[in-house]
Structures are given as C-alpha cells and as structure tokens.
Design a protein around this ligand. Structure first.
Ligand code: HEC
Ligand code: HEC
Length: 229
C-alpha cells in the first residue's frame, strides 16, 4: 500500500516536471507574435548577431596585421641603408679581410680576420687601431673593441639583399643572439656608435642618425621582425 502511494506521488511529480519543462521550452523557442511582426526570441537573436559581428572583427584584425607587417618590413629597409653603409659593411665583409673607404676596397697591408676577428701575428687590429681615432686624414679609426666578427660567426652584410640580411639577423644560429640582444647591441654598443657616427676625419657617416637607426631597428623587431620582399 505504502509503495503504491509513493509510486503515485512520484509519477505525479514527474508529470508536473514534464509539463513545466515543455512549457519552458515552448516559451523560449516559439517566436512571439506581436501584431504582424514576428520577434525572434533573444537566444536566437544573439546567435545571429555573433555570426554577423565575428567576420568584421576578423577582417579588422587581418587589416591591422597587414599594416603592422608592412611597417615592420619598411622599418627594416630603412635600417638596411645604415647596415650596408661602408662605415658598417667594411667590418662585415663576405671575405676574410676588412674593407676600407667609401668604395669598400680590401684593407691594405694584407690584414685578415684571424680566428677571433682580431687579426693575425703582427697584423693585429689593435696594433694600428687605437682606443680612439688617430687625428688626420687616412689615419686608423679607433675603438677599444675594434675587430671583425670571429671566423665561426662572420656576420656577413656585404652582398646581402634586404630579405637575405633580415632572415640572417633573425637566425640565432648565424648571430649567436636573440633579437632582443641584437637590439641592445644596436642601441648601446660603443663600437657601433663610434664606428658609424664618429668615424674619424674625412669619412662619411650613414644616412640616418644613430637614434633614427636604432628606432627603425626597434620598430622592425617590435612589429614582428618581418622579412621584406
Ligand atoms: C671594427 C669593426 C666593426 C665595425 C666598423 C662595425 N661592426 Fe658591427 N660588429 C662587429 C663585431 C666584432 C661584431 C660582433 C660583436 C659581438 O657579437 O659582440 C658585430 C656585430 C654587429 C651586429 C650583430 C650582428 C649579428 O649577426 O649578431 C650588428 C647588427 C652590427 N654589428 C651592426 C653594425 C653597424 C650598424 C655598424 C655601423 C654603424 C657596425 N656594425 C660597424 C664589428 C664591427
Ligand atoms: C698596419 C696597420 C693596420 C692594421 C694591423 C689594421 N688596420 Fe685597419 N686601418 C688602418 C689604417 C691606416 C686605416 C685607414 C685607411 C684610410 O682611411 O685610408 C684603416 C682602416 C680600416 C677600416 C676602414 C674604416 C672605414 O670606415 O673606412 C676598417 C674597417 C679596418 N681598418 C678594420 C681593421 C680590422 C678589423 C683589423 C684587424 C683584423 C685592422 N683594420 C688592422 C691600419 C691598420
């Protein structure tokens, strides 16, 4: 007896639940008819909005990315003008001898790189290149750290196109540095600053100031270090 009463109560509850649930579903799913216009329930309306808004957001993002990539590549092309200037390229040669002058001819006196970039035997860079520029025309420019990149990491600029040089500078295997470390080198290294913008009497300087050059190099990296076409 007890069981039957309990069962009946249980099945009554079930019926109530079913009715309630059905009622709810109908209320939510059924379009509300107000006058002639059929108003979509809010859930569906949100779904429709989402479909319309997302492609716009995506498109804007794609546009913004394109602009950023273009600016990064353009910034590198500006920095490239400095990297390839004789004041810089003369120490970043494709061969094993440094170069001299605005025509980047091979260094006189058979000077060569040596394993550590500091020259060989009696032809050590520091024999002639002092801590500071020696006064007078055609005298050796100076810096306490005056030497070529080492033989196992030559960091060649000479002959590289903008695309080739950008790809090389991004490759830690060819630089031994992260892009952040390279940026610091470009912004702060005394050899970069001295050799480019205090090159000694009679020598030309790169087309950008050091600050402009460093800013372009930073912009290139911060906007994604894009390899220009
Ligand atoms: C006297 C020779 C010399 C001159 C001139 C010179 N560099 Fe360098 N450069 C080096 C050496 C050596 C290194 C490696 C230094 C290091 O890793 O600490 C180097 C490294 C670099 C690097 C890092 C490259 C890499 O692949 O890691 C950049 C960028 C650079 N120089 C830019 C310049 C710029 C810009 C100028 C001109 C303003 C310039 N250099 C002039 C000798 C020179
Ligand atoms: C025997 C002396 C001597 C030695 C050794 C020497 N140099 Fe020079 N170097 C000079 C002189 C002198 C000049 C200036 C030439 C001129 O302006 O006509 C010069 C100029 C340069 C220039 C050209 C600067 C410019 O912007 O045009 C670079 C680069 C250079 N040397 C790098 C080196 C490196 C790197 C080493 C060592 C591997 C080295 N030199 C060893 C005497 C020397």
């Amino acid at each position: 007896m007890k069981n039957t009463t309990a069962n009946r109560l249980f099945s009554m509850k079930k019926t109530i639940y079913v009715v309630l649930v059905l009622g709810f579903v109908t209320a939510v799913a059924a379009p509300v008819n107000s006058g002639n216009k059929i108003i979509q329930p809010p859930i569906q309306a949100t779904a429709i909005n989402a479909k319309i808004i997302n492609p716009i957001v995506d498109k804007e993002k794609i546009q913004a990315d394109k602009i950023r990539e273009k600016e990064s590549a353009e910034a590198f092309k500006e920095a490239y003008k400095v990297l390839m200037h004789p004041r810089c390229m003369n120490c970043h040669p494709s061969g094993d001898a440094p170069l001299q002058g605005d025509d980047s001819h091979i260094h006189a006196q058979n000077v060569t790189r040596g394993k550590d970039g500091k020259g060989v035997y009696a032809m050590k860079c520091s024999n002639c290149h002092q801590k500071e520029n020696v006064a007078g025309l055609n005298m050796p420019p100076g810096d306490p750290n005056w030497h070529l990149p080492p033989a196992n990491m030559k960091m060649v600029f000479q002959g590289r196109t903008p695309a080739q040089l950008a790809a090389q500078l991004k490759d830690p295997k060819q630089t031994g540095k992260t892009l952040q470390q390279m940026l610091k080198h470009v912004e702060e290294d005394q050899l970069v600053i001295n050799s480019g913008w205090n090159p000694g009497e009679g020598r030309t300087t790169p087309p950008l100031s050091h600050a402009e050059f460093a800013a372009k190099f930073r912009e290139w990296i911060e906007k994604g270090a894009v390899i220009p076409k």
